[in-house]
Design a protein. Structure first.
Lengths: 455, 395
C-alpha cells in the first residue's frame, strides 16, 4: 500500500465519517456525469461561467438555495463550508447542525459537509447535475476534500498560501503545505478516472491593497505546486482591485505567466483558466450602489477575459445573503454578460512590462532559495519576506511592504520591504504616487481605503 | 573494524541504554552499581570495540533538564515568549514572575540553573527598577541571561554579575525571536549533560558531541513518515524511567507563536516508571479517574506496592493516561492540545518493549471516553525498533 493510501485510510477512519468506501467512490467518480466537472465546461469555452457564493447548514436549505440558483440560470453551484468544519471541529459542527435542524434557526454559517457525509450530499449534487465549487478556507482540508469528491464536487478552491495567510493567525504554514500536497495528490489521482478535477487558487488574499505582483506570484506558485503533483486543470484567480486598467493588465500578465511557468515544468498540457472575483473589499451598505458595483465588476471581468466570475450580492454589507438576493445577482450578471458586446481590447504595454518584470524577479528569488523542494522554497520565501502579503494577520508574514493608491486608483508599492522588486519598477511605482504628503496623511489614506467603494 | 560509513548509535537513559548497529538493536537495563561506561562495556563491549570513535554517536536523557526562573513584564508577551522558548529547549520552569508584583513572590530556596530576565520592545527603556536587583541578590542561581529591550541591557549588565546579554526575544512587531535564547539554553542543557561525571566518561568511546535525546527525537519528526505509518497531526510520547517527553504537531496548539519547527516538545520531569515511580504514583493517586482506570485494567491500587512486571505495565499505562490528561483541557497547563484532531499517537522508548498495541489502545480509548467524552480513536503507532531515534541521530 502506498504511503498516500495509508494516510488516507487513517484520515478517513475519523469517527465523523460513516465508513468510507474507497472502491465505491472511485467507481462513482469514474461514471459521474461530465456535467458535474467544471473542467468539462471550461473546455467547451461557450461563455464566461457565473458562480455565486452560498452555504446553509441544513440539507433542505441548501437544496432550496440550489433550486433558486438553477431558476436564475446559474452555471456553477457553490458549496460554502461552515467555520467549525473549516477548523476541523466536526464535533461542534454536528451539534450546531442538530440545533439548526431542530430550531429552524441557522447556527452555522455554511454547509457542514463532513457532518452531512458524502452519501447524503451526493444525492443533492447529482440531482442538480451542475458543477459544484467547494469554498472553504481550511488549512487542513484532507478530510473535507475526500468527502467533497466522494459527493460529486469536482472543483476544489484553496491552497496552502491563499487559504492561510488571509485567514489564520498562527496555523503552521509548513504543515499547510504538506496537507495541501495530500489534497493535490488525491485530486490528481481521481482526475485519471474521468474528466480532471479542477483546482482553483484564491487570488483575492486579504483583499486589502494587495499589489498585483504579489497576487500573481502566489497564484503561479500555487499553480506549480498543484501541477507538480499531477493536477491537470487549474484556475488562477484575482479580485477586482479598484482600477479597471490595473485589472486588465493583471489579467493579461497572469494568463501569460501561468502558461509560461506551466511549460517551464513540463506541464503545458494542463488546462489553466482565469477566474475573476467581484469586489472583495467592504461593500456599500446602499443596496442600489451595491448593484452598480456588481455590474461594474461583471464588465471588468469581460474586459479581462475571465473564464469564470464569482459574484457578490446587494446584501454583502449587511450579512449572509438570502437565497433570493443571491439568485438575483446570478440573473443580473447573466443578463449583463448577454448584453456586453463589442468590448474594446485595451492593452497598456508599459504597465504590463513593469508588472511582468516584478513577477519574474520575485519568482526568480523564490526559485533561487537553496531548499530542495518547491514547497520549502516558497515557505522560506514567505518567512524571509520575499513574498509579503499586505495586511495578512499571520505571524509568519513580514508585513514590511507598504502600498497605497495613485490618482487612477491603481495599487502601488511605496515600500518594498524584502520583496525583490527591481529598482526600475520600484521607482516607477513610487513615481505614480504623491509622496510629498506627510506620513500621517498617507496612513489616513490607507485606513480610508478600506471604505473606497462605500460611496 | 566495520566499514567507514557505518555508525554505532547509543542512547543512555536513566533506566535503560540501547545500542544500535546497522544490523541490530539491543536494549539493556542499567546496573546502577556500575559507572555507565563500565556497564555499557560489560554488556556491549564487543559491539562497541568494532567501531571507530568517530563513528560512535551517543545521546542521553539521563537526569537531564535544567531549572529556570523567568522574570518578565507582561504575561501576554515577555513571559509567554520566554516560557515557550524554555520549554522547547527542554528546560523546567520553576516559576514565572511578573516584575510589577515581584515583591509578592517568595524566593525559591533551591539552586536555579538559569534566570531569564525579559521584557519590552527595543524602543522602550527603564522597564526595571532596583527591586529586581534586590530580588536576585536573595536568589541562589548559576547563570543569568537578559533578553529584553536593548536599551536596558547596559544597566542590567552593570547590576547583575556575569549576566549574559542576548538579542531581545520580542521584535518591533511583537513577534517572537527565539533562536538566540534557544541556542543559549540548549547549549547550557548540553553542557549540563556533558558535565555529569558519568557522561563525561563516555567520551572515551566517542569523538562526537553527546546530544540530548529529546533533541534527537524532535529533529527526526519532519521525516517520520519514512519510517512509520503515521498521519499528521500526531503526538509522540517517549515514556522513560525518569521523565516523559511529549512531542506534538504545532497545529494542535491554538496559541502557536513561532514560525520555525513543525513540532514542539515538552518534558515532564517527574513522570517515569522507574526513577520517578513514586511521583508518578502520587500523580495517579490524585487523579480522580485513575480508580476507574485501574478497575478497567482489572487491578486495584495495591498494584502501586508491587514490584512485578505486571506493575510496571500498569504504571506505563498510567503514564500514558496522565500525560494525555496533562495536555488536555482537563488540566490547564502551559499548553493544551486539540486532542480531538490527533490522527496518530506514536509511542517510542522502552514502553514499546513492554506494552502491546492493544494495551496502549485501551488506555487511549479510555482517555477519550472519560476525559473528552468522545469516541475519537487516533491510531496508536508503536516505534518498537527505535526507528525514530535512529532516524534522528542520522538526520
Amino acid at each position: 500500500m502506498s504511503l498516500l493510501q495509508e494516510e488516507r485510510e487513517i484520515i478517513l477512519s475519523n469517527e465523523y465519517v460513516d465508513s468510507f468506501d474507497f472502491a465505491e467512490v472511485s467507481e462513482f467518480v469514474s461514471n459521474a456525469s461530465k456535467d458535474l466537472f467544471i473542467s468539462h465546461h471550461f473546455a467547451k469555452r461557450e461563455k464566461m461561467l457565473v458562480q455565486p457564493r452560498g452555504g446553509f447548514p441544513t440539507y433542505q436549505q441548501q437544496y432550496a438555495l440550489y433550486e433558486y440558483f438553477v431558476d436564475a440560470n446559474v452555471d456553477v453551484l457553490p458549496l460554502t463550508i461552515d467555520s467549525n468544519t473549516r477548523l476541523n471541529d466536526y464535533a461542534t459542527a454536528k451539534k450546531m447542525l442538530r440545533l439548526s435542524e431542530e430550531n429552524d434557526m441557522d447556527m452555522l454559517n455554511g454547509y457542514p459537509l463532513v457532518t452531512h457525509g458524502y452519501r447524503t450530499t451526493r444525492k443533492m449534487i447529482t440531482h442538480f447535475d451542475k458543477p459544484v465549487s467547494l469554498r472553504h478556507g481550511t488549512p487542513d482540508a484532507r478530510l473535507l476534500i475526500e468527502t467533497a469528491i466522494a459527493s460529486g464536487i469536482f472543483e476544489i478552491e484553496g491552497g496552502p498560501i491563499t487559504y492561510l495567510l488571509p485567514y489564520s493567525k498562527n496555523f503552521p504554514l509548513d504543515k499547510a503545505f504538506l496537507y495541501w500536497k495530500y489534497v493535490e495528490r488525491v485530486c490528481a489521482n481521481y482526475s485519471e478516472l474521468n474528466e480532471p478535477i479542477n483546482r482553483e487558487s484564491f487570488g483575492p488574499l486579504t483583499a486589502t491593497l494587495v499589489p498585483p505582483s504579489i497576487t500573481i506570484v502566489i497564484q503561479l506558485l500555487e499553480m506549480l505546486l498543484s501541477l507538480e503533483e499531477g493536477v491537470k486543470s487549474f484556475s488562477v484567480s484575482f479580485a477586482q482591485q479598484g482600477s479597471m486598467n490595473q485589472d486588465i493588465v493583471t489579467g493579461a500578465v497572469l494568463k501569460k505567466m501561468a502558461k509560461h511557468y506551466a511549460e517551464e515544468i513540463d506541464c503545458g498540457d494542463a488546462a489553466i483558466n482565469l477566474v475573476y472575483h467581484q469586489w472583495m473589499g467592504a461593500f456599500p451598505t446602499n443596496q442600489d450602489f451595491a448593484d452598480q458595483l456588481i455590474n461594474l465588476s461583471t464588465v471588468i471581468a469581460s474586459m479581462v477575459g475571465a473564464d469564470k466570475i464569482i459574484t457578490k450580492t446587494r446584501q454583502e454589507a449587511t450579512g449572509i445573503p438570502t437565497k433570493e438576493a443571491n439568485a438575483k445577482t446570478v440573473a443580473d450578471t447573466q443578463y449583463c454578460l448577454r448584453i456586453l458586446n463589442g468590448l474594446p481590447s485595451v492593452v497598456d504595454e508599459e504597465e504590463e512590462e513593469m508588472l511582468t518584470l516584478q513577477v519574474k524577479a520575485i519568482m526568480e528569488a523564490v526559485f533561487n532559495d537553496p531548499a530542495d523542494t518547491l514547497w520549502r522554497k516558497v515557505f522560506n520565501s514567505i518567512k524571509n519576506g520575499v513574498i509579503d502579503v499586505p495586511f495578512s494577520p499571520h505571524i509568519i508574514n513580514q508585513n514590511e511592504m507598504i502600498t497605497i493608491r495613485d490618482a487612477g486608483k491603481n495599487i502601488r508599492i511605496i515600500e518594498r520591504g524584502n520583496v525583490p522588486i527591481p529598482d526600475r519598477c520600484y521607482e516607477y511605482e513610487k513615481s505614480q504616487c504623491d509622496l510629498s504628503k506627510d506620513t500621517t496623511s498617507i496612513v489616513n489614506d490607507i485606513i480610508h481605503d478600506i471604505g473606497i467603494m462605500q460611496w | 573494524m566495520v566499514s567507514q560509513a557505518e555508525k554505532l548509535l547509543i542512547d543512555v537513559g536513566s533506566t535503560y541504554f540501547k545500542v544500535c548497529t546497522p544490523t541490530s538493536i539491543e536494549q539493556h537495563f542499567r546496573d546502577f552499581n556500575q559507572d555507565i561506561l563500565d556497564d555499557l562495556m560489560s554488556k556491549c563491549g564487543d559491539t562497541i570495540s568494532r567501531f571507530d570513535k568517530q563513528d560512535v554517536h551517543i545521546c542521553s536523557s539521563a537526569n537531564g533538564g535544567l531549572s529556570t526562573l523567568i522574570i518578565g513584564i507582561t504575561n501576554s508577551f515577555s513571559l509567554k515568549y520566554a516560557t515557550n522558548i524554555a520549554f522547547n529547549s527542554g528546560i523546567n520552569i520553576i516559576d514565572t514572575i511578573l516584575f510589577q508584583n515581584i515583591e509578592d513572590y517568595s524566593v525559591p530556596s533551591d539552586l536555579i540553573d538559569v534566570v531569564i530576565v525579559v521584557g519590552g520592545v527595543d524602543s522602550h527603556s527603564n522597564l526595571y527598577s532596583e527591586k529586581i536587583f534586590s530580588y536576585l541578590d536573595q536568589l541562589n542561581y548559576s547563570n543569568a541571561v537578559f533578553v529584553g529591550s536593548t536599551q536596558d541591557s547596559q544597566s542590567m549588565r552593570d547590576n547583575i554579575e556575569n549576566l549574559v546579554v542576548l538579542p531581545n526575544i520580542i521584535d518591533d512587531k511583537l513577534h517572537i525571536v527565539e533562536e538566540h535564547l534557544k541556542d543559549y539554553l540548549t547549549n547550557l542543557y548540553q553542557q549540563d549533560i556533558e558535565g555529569k561525571e558519568e557522561i563525561k566518561h563516555l567520551y572515551e568511546i566517542t569523538s562526537n558531541q553527546i546530544l540530548s535525546t529529546p533533541y534527537v527525537v524532535n529533529r527526526a519528526l519532519p521525516h517520520i513518515e519514512t519510517r512509520v505509518s503515521v498521519a499528521n497531526p500526531f503526538i509522540l510520547l517517549d515514556i522513560g524511567g525518569a521523565t516523559t517527553d511529549i512531542h506534538y504537531s504545532k497545529d494542535l496548539v491554538d496559541e502557536n507563536i513561532v514560525t520555525e519547527n513543525e513540532y514542539d516538545r515538552l518534558v515532564f520531569k517527574r513522570l517515569g516508571v522507574y526513577k520517578s515511580r513514586q511521583s508518578l504514583i502520587l500523580a495517579a493517586q490524585s487523579n480522580e479517574f485513575v480508580y476507574e482506570l485501574l478497575l478497567h485494567l482489572g487491578v486495584t491500587e495495591n498494584i502501586y506496592n508491587e514490584q512485578t512486571d505486571k506493575a510496571t505495565k500498569i504504571l506505563m499505562q498510567l503514564a500514558i493516561f496522565l500525560v494525555l490528561c496533562k495536555m488536555s483541557h482537563y488540566r490547564q497547563s502551559y499548553v493544551n492540545l486539540r486532542l480531538l484532531q490527533i490522527n496518530s499517537i506514536v509511542l517510542t522508548g522502552g514502553i514499546t518493549k513492554v506494552l502491546s498495541q492493544d494495551e496502549v489502545e485501551t488506555i487511549i480509548a479510555f482517555f477519550y471516553r472519560k476525559i473528552l467524552s468522545s469516541g475519537h480513536n487516533p491510531v496508536a503507532v508503536m516505534d518498537s525498533n527505535y526507528d525514530i531515534w535512529t532516524l534522528g541521530t542520522k538526520v
